[in-house]
Design a protein around this ligand. Structure first.
Ligand code: CA
Length: 356
């Protein structure tokens, strides 16, 4: 009898351990690389993210005038490069310099910098504690170069760090007669990312394009990647879609916040990427968190939830979190997200290890 009780206790202990281990199995996704420390989307920022122990490294992908795929966050160049001084006169009427208006060889001439804005003509850092603006030497590279970098480091270290490419504004590329989704999928396939077991999530804010990727493009290429639907706030005007009259209209994301909408998404994607404010009411008070239903409903539908963006810069914490660790604690263990998009992979890795 005693033996049986002992055995039961032992099983319970093992089971508890397994459940706990699952609970802390959160994915650390390096948002634009270790972008809290080095200029976003540079190869250097990707190397640091790899060294800091990220599980996945993000690539935002934009197409050039000559149909090359480069790793760049914005559709425009002026926030993070010296384009305005290198190519004066190449701005559109709106004052912006668009990646899609430049050939790859031209983009390779640009100096990449930590993000800045001009104040009286002087570049001022958007995050003052980060890598100094317009210093050292960084450049723009292609999707292929980045995949070779990560696969090369996986080879030389024995790790298996994954990739997390984002199709940037496919609707905008379509407006310019460019099919960025097809081009990205073909490169991914040629580097061995073709099925659900491959260490990759392919993400986009553009639902119509994810449907096209899932229903048309991947089957035609014999691919079956895990997809993630990013969810934007309507006020950002992140995505446009063609309406029934053939006009481009701002996309309405409201339906993705309902149980029925999330059920609809399960046909196309494995997970969603919401902003933090979509999971916790931003006006919540410390100790009185107001959770929104999105996480619960997504999990009920069987979707993973990878939330963006966790930043530990001064002034970036919501009022309800006293520290970055507390913010992570709230989202990982009270809200219960499955993945953390962060500019500071080392701090998230350290936090998760401290809970292990
Ligand atoms: Ca992104």
């Amino acid at each position: 009898m005693h033996k049986l009780i002992y055995l039961a206790l032992l099983l319970l202990q093992c089971w508890t351990h397994i459940v706990m281990a699952q609970n802390i199995d959160k994915l650390v996704i390096a948002h634009r690389g270790a972008s809290g420390y080095l200029p976003e989307h540079t190869l250097e920022a990707k190397v640091l993210a790899f060294a800091q122990g990220a599980d996945f490294i993000e690539q935002d992908v934009v197409m050039t005038q000559d149909d090359q795929l480069v790793i760049f966050h914005d559709l425009t160049l002026q926030r993070t490069t010296d384009v305005a001084t290198r190519f004066p006169g190449r701005a559109r009427e709106d004052g912006s310099y668009y990646v899609i208006d430049f050939a790859l060889a031209e983009l390779r001439l640009l100096q990449v910098s930590e993000g800045f804005r001009l104040v009286n003509g002087v570049p001022v850092a958007n995050y003052y504690g980060r890598f100094p603006v317009m210093t050292s030497s960084f450049g723009i590279h292609t999707l292929q170069q980045e995949l070779e970098l990560i696969q090369g480091m996986n080879h030389s270290t024995g790790k298996n760090v994954g990739i997390y490419p984002e199709l940037k504004s496919p609707w905008f590329h379509h407006q310019h007669n460019k099919d960025i989704a097809s081009a990205v999928l073909q490169v991914l396939k040629s580097y061995g990312y073709s099925n659900r077991e491959a260490p990759i999530f392919l993400q986009s804010f553009d639902y119509a394009e994810l449907v096209r990727v899932h229903d048309e493009l991947m089957p035609a290429l014999g691919m079956d990647l895990r997809l993630v639907q990013l969810i934007a706030d309507n006020s950002w005007l992140e995505t446009y879609a063609l309406n029934q009259d053939g006009n481009w209209q701002p996309y309405d994301y409201s339906w993705m916040h309902t149980p029925e909408g999330l059920q609809t998404l399960t046909r196309i994607v494995d997970g969603i990427g919401p902003g933090l404010d979509m999971l916790v009411e931003p006006a919540s008070q410390a100790g009185a968190l107001e959770l929104k239903p999105l996480l619960r409903d997504a999990h009920a539908a069987g979707l993973q939830v990878h939330a963006y963006t966790f930043r530990s810069d001064p002034g970036q914490l919501p009022a309800y979190a006293a520290s970055f660790a507390q913010l992570l604690d709230i989202f990982c263990f009270t809200v219960g997200i499955d993945g953390v998009f962060t500019d500071f992979p080392d701090q998230v890795v350290e936090f998760l290890e401290s809970r292990n």
